[in-house]
Design a protein around this ligand. Sequence first.
Ligand SMILES: [Mn+2]
Length: 323
Amino acid sequence: MTPNHLFSTLESHHNWLITTHKGPDGDAVGSVVAWAAYAAQCGKNYLIVFPDQPAAYLCPFLEGYNWKVFAADQTYSGDLLFALDYNSSSRVGEVMSAWFDNQTLPKVMLDHHPNPADFVQIPISIPTACSTTEVIYHVLEDLGQLERINLAMAKGLYLGLMTDTGSFRFPSVSAYTHQMTAHLLSLGLAQHEIHEAVYDVNSVTRLQLRGYAIAEKLQLHPAQRLGIMSLSKEELKRFAYQKGDTEGLVNVILSIEGYDAGVFMMETEEGVKFSFRSKGQRFVNAFAQAHFNGGGHQYAAGGFYAGSLKDALAKLESLIDQI
Ligand SMILES: [Mn+2]
């Protein structure tokens, strides 16, 4: 499945630029960490370039790595460019995508989002993989490089697996996922430390924001088996919102008995950000794409509305039977 020329491309380039999508999540950070650690294992120089600052809880995973947040007035030199955990250059945001598209160096994508755009020379897309770190593992297996995986790589690979599968519970988890996990644990990986680093780092205001959203801001639509949660700029400010504070909050809706779809909406300076989640026979990516400039996976998609929270909510409510 992995193109033959990938190996020769990796061999013949020594300065790797590693990028991931805007608003990097656990899989994005896990992927770049695993790939950077692999670069180091192979004796390459590398630089990780993020479109924006990763959330605070993910920064400890980046300790000791060479990474920067993209700035339009800086130059980033390398001879091979990697796009990890995204399937179109638009996913790095307007400013960085202009830079990305202008680069003449060879580009490699490693990703698991469906329907990749044609934006790199070597696209490696495995939509059935539960995370991009699983794609990376697959590629290393195809290249006969599994023995190169060290503890540093294992940490990144596990971080992506754990976060993109809701701790190994989503339908995307396969026997292969668990075989990969078994290999990572056999290297001495302390998996409980990764769970604690991601899930046991709540601030009091973060918990209070989540409690408030559930208690006061959850609209239930039992006939549609759908819940909608929304937070305004003022509400976020009241609870000293920090990036990442609302991550996974939308999944709470899916945990309600009899509900199989959830929408979380958050007001920002630019407009309203949406997170759509579903399970079972219900899919949300087509809806997100058709109505809210978004897309993603069948069960997890994002979206955006350029306008007020009130208008975004009104639009969503008018379309409620189509979700
Ligand atoms: Mn992912």
